[in-house]
Design a protein around this ligand. Sequence first.
Ligand code: FCB
Length: 454
Amino acid sequence: MAFRKDFLWGVGTSAYQIEGAAMEDGRSPSVWDQYCHEDGGHIKCGHTGDVACDHYHRYKEDVELMRQLGIKSYRFSLSWSRILPNGIGAVNQKGIDFYNNLIDALLENGITPCITLFHWDYPYELQKKGAWLNPESADWFAYYTEVVAKAFGDRVKWFITLNEPQCFLGMGYYDGCNAPGKRHSLEDMALMLHNMFLAHGKSVITIRKYVQDAKVGYAPTCGVNMPLTNSAADIAAAKKQYLSIDPAAWIWNVVLWSDPVVLGRYPEEDPFFAQQFRRYLPENYEDDMQIICQPLDFYGQNIYNGSLWQADAAGEPMWTANPVGNPRTANGWPVTPDALYWGPKFLYERYRLPIMITENGLSCHDMVSLDGKVHDPNRIDFTHRYLQALKRAANEGVDILGYYHWSLLDNFEWGAGYTERFGLIYVDYATQERIKKDSFDWYRSVIEENGEYL
Ligand code: FCB
């Protein structure tokens, strides 16, 4: 057993984090361009995605590196405002050309493209029209999807509608710590969420209409709640916590962001939903479930870490601190390999769809050593442990379609700018030189062996 024979070993990136060429060939700004530049910038060190990894001009070199890495699939996102500078309406042919060239290069190298339609870089022109609060926003996304499906659907079969709505809605419009940096009321958030779900549903319908044999999924995220011990009580407590909404941190949960899409209903029995959220949803919101809940081929999840939970005396979930000295990645995220075991297991039990790990990885303090190489034993060890946990879940019957390591290249890590390095390939931003890290070779051998010796 272990990993399926057709397991999709891959790497992921997103448009704004790597492409650069922000003002070139007809692309118009996204909310991230705006956020990086307005009021002197909101990003660490004043960094912006203007140039990023210059992937727009270096995509051939990057695809060649992917070939050497031996990946089966490459997950990347499209810049909506490169394709539709006004967000809707006229198509920018140069944007289409760029992605056509990239897709063709991938296929020539035997790499299956997996397109994420939207990875946070919302067209600024549509932000000015109210973005996800505008009742037309679902149709804008459906129209963009149609342009994409018609242009690339003859060669691209794998699609992900939205990446991490928790982040682009929750952090972008509620916490205000991601672009566009807004702080809306809970009432507005409920409407945005609902419009975002409609956008997802209409997008899936559109893909199915124009792309034969499409494989469509969705890629939310959430820290995993893991049991402290393997006792039945702790497992039940962790699972209960994972599948509920914490009112104090309502944007970070699984069910609110996935139940409508997969199960065709909001988590009606959840106290936060019932008492604080439902009242703001549009009247007769249930009627929209026919659009929102479309059959999916896989359920994606970005998983980086988890927290420990145990059952208290009454059997209720109780948070437990990680052991003192528990390892952390360079940006302070806890190293918790079992997240890649419990996450897929709990999610599969609830949603019964094949699971795709759409992101997993870590930031390290990578540097070029005197020997000219980048030695990153921590990345190898981290990924090894996480993949072992994922394999354990697969061995126990969780249907896992693939794993996309985040990321191919060091890149623009949103609010942290270029200060965090997540790549299997080091990028020297002054010269744009790419240097394969030790983990690059290690991951290649894992792929070659289909994870057999992990
Ligand atoms: C995820 C994002 C991705 C990347 C990783 C580190 O939340 O989807 O773009 O920034 O974190």
